[in-house]
Ligand binder design. Structure first.
Ligand SMILES: C[S@@+](CC[C@H](N)C(=O)[O-])C[C@H]1O[C@@H](n2cnc3c(N)ncnc32)[C@H](O)[C@@H]1O
Length: 344
């Protein structure tokens, strides 16, 4: 698959070599398909798009891009322009809201005409593993345990009784299918947000159709959130990846951690799933954020909270170890990393 990167579980490879697609001023359907395919691992629930052509285009684009040596980089200076790729063409269309608005306009039309649900980012197997792993982690935490390896733990069969107390927020929910899966596993206080109105219309339509009318969906930009509520469980599947692909990705990622620290209740859990960062890279990013202290933006800035290192904002808890792995070029890895952090 074009643009696939290795994500070794424990001795992670650095992620500098992620290919991305050069940005252009106009975002055509082809551009969107190429950008998505060159970045992501996804499966679709019955899209009517011409898949063969799309994948062929994506492969060509990614091959050309890889051979040009033009890999993903993150700009370091923040700009308030939310819509324009930077003039060097670094970053990716997937970091722009206009990309997602256009993508969800298509998906919404597809849903209304054909009943299709759209993308399952990273595929159905990852979603299933992620949800049952998260459920087990929540049950363990509810019982006062801090598990280091969920695979070795015998989960209390009565544990489902703890799940209604876990208020859940899904950041960048897209079509909201992750929330359906969490509902099927016993979670009941469920909210999804996305900055794209089309995503929220699609998610609401699917939830009504598929028997999940109690899931709440709201238009909200994670980086400038209007939510004044805190949640016990915050889920992110592919959203920090997308945010990091904005031309100002470096700064936007720091804004992301600031927002999550406000949205997550003390003692709450963040479960983040990424194909663009390894487990070690996510842990490092959180360590860096803890060191800097919340709200510190600029490189070299002195931490606002001198206690930050001793009293970290987020603490690594666990990560999924059971995603399928494959070997390529002598390295073994999995395509996706899921890591859980506790909010102090
Ligand atoms: C790769 S998709 C993943 C969608 C969904 N989480 C899933 O797993 O199917 C990334 C999503 O993040 C949303 N997104 C990106 N940046 C966002 C932001 N700043 N605020 C809210 N949503 C955002 C996009 O609209 C898109 O739905």
């Amino acid at each position: 698959m074009a643009g696939l990167r290795l994500t070794p579980e424990d001795s992670e490879l650095p992620q500098a070599n992620r290919p991305a697609v050069a940005s252009s001023d106009l975002i055509s359907d082809d551009d969107r398909s190429i950008a998505a395919d060159s970045w992501s691992i996804k499966s679709e629930y019955g899209s009517t798009l011409d898949d063969d052509q799309r994948h062929a285009d994506a492969q060509d684009a990614a091959d050309a891009f890889l051979s040009s040596g033009n890999f993903r980089t993150a700009a370091s200076d923040y700009s308030s322009d939310k819509e324009e790729p930077d003039s060097d063409g670094v970053g990716s269309l997937l970091g722009l809201q206009s990309y997602w608005d256009a993508a969800y306009a298509d998906e919404l039309a597809n849903f209304r005409e054909h009943g299709h649900a759209g993308e399952v980012w990273f595929g159905g197997d990852v979603m299933e593993t992620l949800v049952s792993w998260t459920k087990n982690l929540c049950i363990e935490l509810s019982q006062g345990h801090l598990p280091t390896d969920l695979n070795d733990i015998k989960i209390d069969p009565e544990g489902d009784k703890f799940l209604p107390a876990w208020s859940v927020l899904d950041l960048g929910t897209g079509n909201g299918l992750l929330l359906h899966e969490l509902a099927k596993h016993g979670f009941s206080d469920l909210t999804g947000v996305d900055y794209s109105e089309g995503a929220i219309d699609l998610a609401q339509g699917l939830a009504n159709r598929d028997g999940f009318p109690n899931i709440k969906f709201l238009v909200d930009d994670v980086l400038e959130t209007k939510l004044d509520q805190q949640f016990k469980l915050v889920m992110d599947k592919g959203t920090l990846d997308a945010i990091g692909l904005h031309p100002d990705g470096t700064v936007k990622r720091i804004m992301y951690w600031d927002s999550v620290s406000k949205l997550l209740a003390p003692g709450g859990l963040l479960v983040i799933t990424s194909c663009n960062s390894t487990k070690d890279e996510l842990v490092q990013e959180v360590d860096d954020y803890n060191q800097r202290g919340a709200g510190s933006f600029l490189e070299g800035e002195v931490p606002k909270d001198p206690e930050a290192a001793r009293n970290p904002i987020f603490r690594y808890v666990n990560h999924v170890r059971t995603y399928p792995t494959f070997t390529f070029g002598g390295s073994t890895g999995s395509r996706v990393a899921t890591v859980a952090f506790l909010h102090n």
